[in-house]
Unconditional design. Structure first.
Length: 96
């Protein structure tokens, strides 16, 4: 049986990863549209409010990816290779 402490730590890690996803998504807006580092291929820049709402969609997608990839399975402690394999597989799933 998985201890409550291990489940709690797994939940904290999952939440931290979702916070990183949200922060990355929101920081991507000024990098993409305001800094001029990436040439724009669109004529109209979407408002930040729309981009911020799409953060919820990104979080939903990554939640599904994290869960289906068993990245936060507290039942076992996978080896580094197995963890990296799961991570790469999950990212491929997210981008297809």
């Amino acid at each position: 049986m998985i201890s409550r402490r291990l489940q709690f730590i797994g939940s904290l890690v999952f939440l931290a990863d979702l916070i990183v996803v949200a922060a990355s998504w929101l920081v991507a807006y000024p990098i993409r549209f305001n800094l001029g580092l990436i040439p724009l291929t669109v004529q109209h820049i979407p408002p930040f409010s729309l981009y911020a709402w799409m953060t919820l969609l990104a979080l939903l997608i990554w939640t599904v990816v994290f869960r289906t990839g068993n990245l936060f399975d507290a039942k076992t402690i996978p080896s580094v290779f197995r963890k990296l394999t799961r991570l790469v597989r999950s990212h491929i799933l997210a981008f297809t």
